[in-house]
Structures are given as C-alpha cells and as structure tokens.
Design a protein around this ligand. Sequence first.
Ligand SMILES: Nc1ncnc2c1ncn2[C@@H]1O[C@H](COP(=O)(O)OP(=O)(O)OP(=O)(O)O)[C@@H](O)[C@H]1O
Ligand SMILES: [Mg+2]
Length: 232
Amino acid sequence: MENKIYLKVFDSKSLEALNKLEGDGYISNLTGPLSTGKESYVFKSRDSQNREVAVKIHRHDIKSFKKIPSYLVLRGSKSGGFLRRINLWTRYEFNFLSKAFNIGINVPEPYRVYENILVMQFLGEGDTPAKLAIKTTDFDKERWYSEIVDSIIKMGKAGFMHGDLSPYNIMNFNDRPYLIDFSQALKLSQATLEYLKRDIDNVNRWFAKMGLDDISDSENIIGRINKSYVKG
Ligand SMILES: Nc1ncnc2c1ncn2[C@@H]1O[C@H](COP(=O)(O)OP(=O)(O)OP(=O)(O)O)[C@@H](O)[C@H]1O
Ligand SMILES: [Mg+2]
C-alpha cells in the first residue's frame, strides 16, 4: 500500500489496517473505487490466491460515526470512543453478513474483518461490478420477489433481519438477487419488529412499482416466520 493516492484518501489507522491485511494475504493493491459513499469506500482487489475481493472500508470520521445504529453505540465500550466504535460496527456488519452466508442467503462470501475493513467476495465479472437492482429492471420479477421474500423469512427464522433492505442494497449477480450491506442488520425481537416490517414494505413498494401483482403484505410474511423466534 505505497501508492501516494492511498495516503491522501485514508487516515493512518486505516492505512495500517490495509497494510496488515495485505501482509496476511487478504488483499493486494486496491483498484476502483467501486463506491465512495459518505460512510464507506468500497474498492476491488485480489487476495494472495488471486481471488477477486471487494474491500469495504468504513471511514473513520464523524459522518460514519453518526450512522452507527443507536443500540450498538449503547452496547459499545464507553472507553476508546470513536475509532473503536467504528471498528466494532464493522465487526458487527461482518458477523451478520456471515450469519446470512451460513444459512445460505445469496450474499457476498465474507472473507475477513480487521478493524474498520471488511473483505468479501467481489460480485461482478472482470472489472465490472454487478448492477445494483435500482439500476436495472432486467430480471424475472416474480422469481426475484419470491427469492427475496424467502430470504427475509429465512433470516427471520434465524433471528435477524437485514435492516436496510431496498433495491440500493441488492445486486443483480448471475441473474439472482444478492443482498449486500449488512451494516444496519438487527436481531429480531418484539422491539425490532417494526424494522422488519419496514424492510418488507420497502421491498413490496419496489415490486408494486414495477407492476408485480402478487405481493404478500408484511403481516402475512411476518406470520410465516415462526413466532417463537420473535422473542420479546
Ligand atoms: N461485494 C461487492 N461486490 C461488488 N460491489 C460491491 C460489493 N459490496 C459493495 N459493492 C459496491 O459498493 C457500494 C456500497 O456498498 P454498501 O452498500 O455495502 O455500502 P454503504 O455503506 O451503503 O455505502 P454508502 O456510504 O455509499 O451508503 C454498493 O452499492 C456496490 O456498488
Ligand atoms: Mg448500501
């Protein structure tokens, strides 16, 4: 990580973390960026086995800090402050992404988390990332709807939800909907049921707008998640 551009883009802690990941073979030079959001940067890279990876770096700044879900800030250590909480948040995202991957949801395979950096499978072909669902309607709407609803139910049964589900966080990879960005994911409980409803409503509104008729309402979908998983 000696490119001068990196020195301009990243704070020294992030650079140290990138160097550590490079030394351990999880990444090499970064290319892209695939995305430069307010809270994170996403780059493409290759690991030492020459696998293509996506590298999501949570910015060590106040905007990023403000996006940390309040329940996590409450739970996070009071000592250490800012950087530590962003790192904790990155780990939290990685853990939910891993849970989703382990129960067979279509998500990028998680490879490694270190401090504020998450390394995962690159979704795309060659240098071209897969399209975000918001940018295309070129897919089988009925099949996609049922796959996304099945994923919501499966995650619900495993006790969690995505928390920020929308066509901005779904990619069209190999003709299938892949869920990305688990940074707002949440455990499912009576207290968080409203967020699950919001996820479902977002998906329903999106498919209704595309003209799909056969849409299940959120009560119906929530009802298909065994109630015993919704602990109070
Ligand atoms: N595994 C991946 N493979 C390819 N591209 C990816 C991958 N993960 C993320 N991206 C790209 O990076 C973008 C941002 O990723 P993500 O949604 O996880 O971050 P974010 O926190 O929402 O970013 P922002 O700060 O822009 O809101 C995605 O919209 C997508 O274009
Ligand atoms: Mg996102």
